[in-house]
Design a protein around this ligand. Structure first.
Ligand code: ATP
Ligand code: MG
Length: 439
């Protein structure tokens, strides 16, 4: 088998005539109509129909197929015949069928899409759930998103780096950390590569990006929160918040455009057409955003983070006026954002921090950072934190660090908004949430 040629189901065309092909995959369905048996075989590219005629097909093949269970793994060698009613417009008349791995029955869940399963059941049997073409398609697109992010940032002069996920102290002084045992010491899973990205600015890397896991120990149970997230992070030197917002909006447009170009088949499987937003995206001041929320009936006090209800109202109003899904919320209250966000020089109660929104979902947060050690120490104190516990964070700022800015973009939030997916858990192979730790 392994030395032989293997054809993916989408490489076979009706025009191939009686050419011999070999497909390998899972038994999707068997329909025995008496004189004729259809066996649908599924591989990662699609589904092919294998047709057996009781009169002409060798009896050993007929009985082999009759004894097959759904989701068993087989190879089929046979000849191509045009057949308008079959997927791809062809069928395969088999000369040889080989069983490679038998699937037990009943299956933990249905793969044909005929029986609806709830998300919990699906995630419990994720290896089977992932076999479903429309689920598979999400991860094809996820691959294309990652590819296009890498190519875009590389073309913009960014270098890909990877930084530790096991750390000694909190990045943002938050409580939302998972403690772990590191030999005889306590350590944590990192909530953000922030500190490392900034150290690399001091180290002269100038422009870096990282795509890696971040861990948040917050007890959310919402459609948009996970406890392990894949974060796309950038940091750029000699740049301010406006510079990195421009990079972010161009990245979003680039990803949408590339996915539409390269993942057409997967998009069709999901029946979605991503709506591409063209830069420049709307820049809405925080003060204007809470005003819109108020007019929509959601009372917010200046300095509060936006509630989900407020985000929904704002997203709708912006969409009505701009016809676009993406917009920035800028000029956040300094007290609302992490201590490392740079306050405006002439108006220090607001900071050079921004969120990128898609309708009512935040997909990215970023800012120009404070690069002055004294100012940073002050801000740490003002936020009620102790500068002593940020010693290793503060050190690089004392020995020459350029002005810099950056952002973090959640890959799963990007995917769920790109594909109009309601629950973020659908965008991760094996999601980690408040309740789920396996598979
Ligand atoms: P939220 O307010 O939506 O909980 P956040 O403001 O706490 O998110 P940041 O610390 O700003 O999140 O992280 C930057 C980006 O990382 C977010 O915009 C989001 O895309 C992603 N992200 C952060 N936390 C989560 C999470 N728990 N689940 C999914 N994505 C997340
Ligand atoms: Mg944020």
């Amino acid at each position: 088998m392994h030395s032989e040629r293997r054809d993916y189901t989408d490489q076979i065309t009706p025009e191939m005539g009686s050419e011999e092909v070999t497909i390998a995959g899972w038994v999707h369905e068997i329909r025995d109509l008496g004189g004729i048996i259809f066996m649908l075989v599924r591989d990662r590219e699609g589904i092919a129909q294998v047709t057996l005629f009781k009169k002409t097909t060798p009896p050993r093949l007929v009985s082999a197929v009759k004894s097959l269970s759904r989701e068993s793994v087989v190879t089929v060698r046979g000849r191509v015949k045009p057949e308008k009613k079959a997927p791809g417009g062809y069928e395969i008349v088999p000369d040889e069928i080989q069983l490679l791995s038998k699937a037990a029955s009943p299956l933990p869940m249905d793969t044909t899409g005929k029986v609806d399963a709830d998300l919990e059941t699906r995630l419990d049997s994720r290896f089977i759930d992932l076999r479903r073409p429309e689920v598979h398609a999400i991860f094809r697109i996820r691959h294309h998103v990652l590819q296009s992010v890498r190519s875009f940032l590389t073309s913009e002069g960014f270098i890909e780096v990877t930084t530790p996920k096991v750390v000694a102290t909190a990045t943002e002084g938050g409580t939302a950390l998972f403690p772990i045992t590191y030999f005889e010491r306590e350590a944590f899973l990192n909530q953000s590569p922030q500190l490392f990205k900034q150290m690399l600015m001091s180290a002269g890397f100038d422009r870096v990006f990282e795509i890696g896991p971040i861990f948040r120990a917050e007890e959310h149970d919402t459609r948009k929160h996970l406890n392990e997230v894949t974060s796309i992070d950038i940091e750029a030197s000699f740049a301010d918040h406006n510079d990195v917002m421009k990079i972010l909006e161009r990245l979003i447009t680039h990803v949408y455009t590339e996915v539409c170009r390269d993942a057409e088949k997967s998009l069709n499987r999901l029946k979605v057409t991503p709506e591409i937003s063209e830069p420049p995206f709307e820049r809405l001041k925080y003060a204007e955003a809470i005003e819109i929320a108020r007019e929509g009936g959601e009372e917010l006090v200046w300095g509060e983070d936006l509630t989900t209800a407020a985000e929904t109202i704002i997203g709708e109003v912006i969409h009505e006026t701009t016809k676009a899904n993406h917009y920035f919320i800028i000029d956040w209250p300094t007290e609302t954002k992490p201590f490392y966000a740079m306050p405006h020089e002439n108006e220090p109660e607001i900071s050079k921090a921004f969120d990128l929104m898609h309708r009512n979902i935040e997909i990215s947060s970023g800012a120009q950072r404070i690069h002055n050690a004294e100012q940073l120490t002050e801000r740490i104190k003002e936020q009620g934190l102790e500068p002593e516990s940020f010693e290793s964070y503060l050190k690089p700022f004392k020995y020459g660090i350029p002005p810099h800015a950056g952002w973090g973009l959640g890959l799963e939030r990007l995917l769920m908004t790109l594909l109009n997916i309601e629950n973020i858990r659908n965008t991760v192979l094996f999601p980690r949430d408040r309740k789920r730790l396996s598979p």
